[in-house]
Design a protein around this ligand. Structure first.
Ligand code: DAH
Length: 350
């Protein structure tokens, strides 16, 4: 019987020598040590042996089993090591003593302000949504209660594509899609719609210190039962005092936007001139920062929400303007200049 264990041992050793991957090793393990494996199979012959022989044979099989288990474990380590060495040989060599690249880029001030606003609104339970820059006429205007030939379109002349789509002139263009996305959860589960959607906007506009053809806004909406203007004022005040880390002087004026009723202009006192009047605030001492209002019933309807049952507020925060205020940038054109001299001055902790 001992020849049987000896010959199985030999065949195992030569099989093991050919295994150079984990998969091949596993196949050998199953072949020898598996429930129906060759080592276990040996025990089948035991029944014909005398009790004395049974004992010696049983012991020999156990020794073989242990040996095979150990050899497999050792081989596993060997294969692992070879795999790591192979991976290392594919990696480019680098010198860890090289000094860090001190000319690293920095975040754009608008990115910094945007991220900060996102954090503030996220902490108040708002979802952050992304939306495309190319939208349809319906999304940008009609779903927002601005029909074709409405004079409100004059203020928002933008760039049109030959297929009739356009570069969005305001982040409000995403409102319709947001309502449609969240309305089922609102109606079926009573979950309020709370979302912000920052984005790049475009207008066919002559540029000066406070106008650009490309700028950033951040739209926000909240829809639920019994939402009122006081909810709107609360969220705006909380956000602005967090962004500026101090109490900011604000004023609310009536403002007309076809997609809200009533609509407001929320102005903040110009932080560049302290309210004295300068080119950035058109010498008024105030900067229009955040038009807002209660969402117009027609706009809710277009989004599939019953205005008899639900109300909501919306705001369109001028992120570009906010960045100018926060970092004291006097000319909006500097922000799109791509000039590293300007942009590398801003860091997270300013
Ligand atoms: N979309 C408007 C614009 O860019 C700004 C705006 C006004 C957004 C009122 C709103 C709002 O959500 O309620 O001129």
């Amino acid at each position: 019987m001992s020849e049987k264990t000896a010959s199985l041992r030999e065949s195992f050793i030569s099989a093991l020598a050919t295994a150079d991957t984990m998969e091949a090793l596993e196949a050998i393990r199953v072949e020898y040590l598996g429930k129906k494996g060759l080592v276990t199979d040996l025990l089948k012959d035991m029944k014909n042996l005398s009790p004395e022989d049974k004992k010696t044979f049983g012991q020999a099989v156990n020794v073989l089993k242990e040996e095979v288990t150990e050899m497999i474990a050792a081989k596993r380590e060997e294969i692992k090591k070879a795999e790591i060495e192979r991976e290392n040989s594919l990696m480019p060599e680098f010198d860890i003593s090289t000094p860090a690249n001190l000319d690293r880029g920095s975040y754009h001030p608008i990115t910094l302000v945007q991220r900060q606003c996102e954090e503030i609104f996220k902490s108040m339970g708002f979802a952050v949504e992304d939306y495309s820059e190319i939208v349809t006429d319906y999304e940008c205007f009609e779903a927002l209660n601005i029909p074709k030939n409405h004079p409100a379109r004059d203020m928002q002349d933008t760039y049109y594509l030959s297929n009739g789509q356009l570069l969005k002139s305001h982040t409000s263009a995403a409102q319709n899609a947001i309502y449609k996305k969240y309305k089922d959860a609102l109606i079926r589960e009573g979950k309020p719609i709370k979302a912000i959607f920052p984005g790049r906007c475009f207008r066919n506009e002559a540029t000066d210190a406070c106008h650009e053809n490309t700028f950033f806004q951040m739209e926000g909406v909240m829809v639920d039962k019994n939402i009122s203007i006081s909810n709107l004022i609360f969220f705006m005040k909380t956000m602005l005092s967090e962004v500026f880390q101090k109490d900011i002087k604000v004023r609310l004026r009536p403002g007309f936007f076809p997609f809200v009723e009533p609509g407001f202009e929320l102005d903040i006192s110009c932080l560049i001139c302290g309210g004295e009047g300068c080119a950035s605030c058109k010498h008024s001492g105030w900067l229009e920062l955040c038009p807002c209002g209660m969402i117009h019933p027609e706009v809710l309807k277009a989004g599939g929400i019953d205005p008899e049952e639900y109300t909501g507020f919306a705001f369109g925060l001028g992120l570009t303007r906010l960045a100018m205020m926060k970092y004291g940038v006097k000319d909006i054109r500097d922000l799109n200049s791509g000039s590293l001299k300007v942009l590398s001055q801003f860091t997270d902790d300013k």
